[in-house]
Design a protein around this ligand. Structure first.
Ligand code: FE2
Length: 238
């Protein structure tokens, strides 16, 4: 793996030195806080969770994370590997697959599975045990300049997450010099829109239904108050 190839980076994730993935087939390497999404030959692999499956309890159960990570996230990666075999996408990074397949009707399945693979790896990093609270002064200032206050930012994120019709995602992104809240449907990401994602909340029902049933707003409020990882957002600002 070429450590200078930033196209293989998943995103700026938590600083860890060397993380062997659960499959043993590949690994995530970090240098200067930047993870690289590694593949063995042409296989994309499921990145390790940054915490134990039950670490987010009592707010998100180990059962939810077990299905969400072990079945849904893994399923997207397995599907992607099958779909790109012997195609022009076989040797591309996940990010390049997403931006290359976006908007092409004949590549919808590849886009969906690549984007869902990326979105979920990003989402796990957006949560942490004992999360919530306030971001550091630098990010807080930017939030206040963009939304007026941290509370206003959280309200906008909550509204985006709750009003996303059907499956999708609510994002805090950097768009140019300003922070914005956007929502995307299904597998769509800010990457193909040229925006820099800082945080995301998964609002597919599989993210919360076992714990919250139809109470999506309770799940979103709990994530923002108890689990959101502001330090990950700060790292993504760069
Ligand atoms: Fe999900």
């Amino acid at each position: 793996m070429n450590r200078n190839d930033k196209t293989d980076s998943l995103s700026k994730l938590n600083r860890r030195d060397f993380l062997v993935l659960s499959s043993g087939a590949a690994m995530l390497l970090a240098t200067d806080g930047l993870f690289r999404y590694a593949r063995a030959a042409t296989q994309h692999v499921l990145p390790a969770l940054p915490y134990a499956e039950n670490a987010l309890e009592p707010y998100i159960s180990g059962k939810t994370i077990g299905f969400h990570y072990g079945k849904h996230h893994k399923g997207y990666i397995d599907n992607l590997n099958k779909l790109i075999e012997n195609t022009e996408f076989a040797d591309l990074s996940l990010e390049k697959i997403i931006t290359s397949a976006a908007g092409k009707p004949d590549k919808t399945a590849i886009f969906n599975n690549a984007a869902q693979s990326w979105n979920h790896a990003f989402y796990w990093q957006c949560l942490k045990p004992d999360g919530g609270g306030e971001p550091s002064a630098g990010l807080k200032q930017l939030i206040e300049a963009s939304f007026g206050s941290l509370d206003a930012c959280k309200k906008e994120l909550t509204a985006a997450a709750v009003t996303q019709f059907g499956s999708g995602w609510a994002w805090l992104v950097l768009d140019g010099e300003k922070l914005k809240v956007i929502k995307t449907a299904n597998a769509d990401t800010p990457l193909e829109k040229g925006m820099k994602p800082l945080l995301v909340i998964d609002v597919w029902e599989h993210a919360y239904y076992l714990d919250y049933q139809n109470r999506r707003s309770d799940y979103v409020t709990t994530v923002l108050d108890k689990l959101i990882n502001w330090s990950f957002a700060e790292k993504n600002l760069g």
